[in-house]
Design a protein around this ligand. Structure first.
Ligand code: GNR
Ligand code: NI
Length: 172
């Protein structure tokens, strides 16, 4: 296992639509392992493969607190097959938009269908933070970031800040 570098906005790869995984093989399990390690090191509660610059439809999630046993979940080719009418609002953050947090309203519950690490189809009913996190991660697979739900003013302000920072780092 090895942690990998997390890409940040305005990296254009974050806008890519990731490709489905054709077969859950050793290479995919290795990638999932690296994603978990990267997520724990960050630390974050979720990670999409595109955040380590791999455009494949894989996400990892672990909502366990630091003082609790790890509960890693790997979802391959996840598809949200049901969303509740009821919504909830969470203050979201993203490892690809470091240290920026805003409230986002999303369906409060959802059901996600995916392949597990054995390639076996699974359904998972989600609510609370899990529902928010699953939707945040599946959005990444479609090139969507949580700032895309904010006002244009807020989104452009944060994009500008990170674009400036990237330019400073490029010329430093
Ligand atoms: O670590 C993360 N925390 C978080 C908090 C609220 C809503 C979503 C998230 S996901 C984020 C990690 C990340 O960027 N995943 O793509
Ligand atoms: Ni994110």
């Amino acid at each position: 296992m090895a942690p990998r570098e997390i890409i940040v906005i305005p990296d254009p790869r974050l806008k890519l639509v990731s490709e489905p995984v054709a077969a859950v093989d050793r290479e995919i399990r290795r990638l999932a392992d690296d994603m978990l390690e990267t997520m724990y090191e960050a630390p974050g509660i979720g990670l999409a493969a595109i955040q380590i610059a791999v455009p494949k439809r894989i996400i990892t999630i672990d909502l366990a607190r630091k003082d609790e046993p790890k509960t890693p979940v790997v979802l391959i080719n996840p598809e949200i097959v049901w969303r509740s009418e009821e919504t909830s609002t969470y203050e979201e953050g993203c490892l690809s938009i470091p240290e920026y947090y805003e409230e986002v309203e999303r369906p409060a519950q959802c059901r996600v269908r995916y392949l597990d690490l054995d390639g076996k189809p699974q359904d998972l009913d989600c609510d609370g933070l899990m529902a928010t996190c699953v939707q945040h991660e599946v959005d990444h697979l479609n090139g969507v970031l949580f700032i895309d739900y904010l006002s244009r003013l807020k989104r452009e302000r944060v994009m500008k800040k990170f674009t400036k920072q990237a330019k400073r780092e490029a010329t430093a």
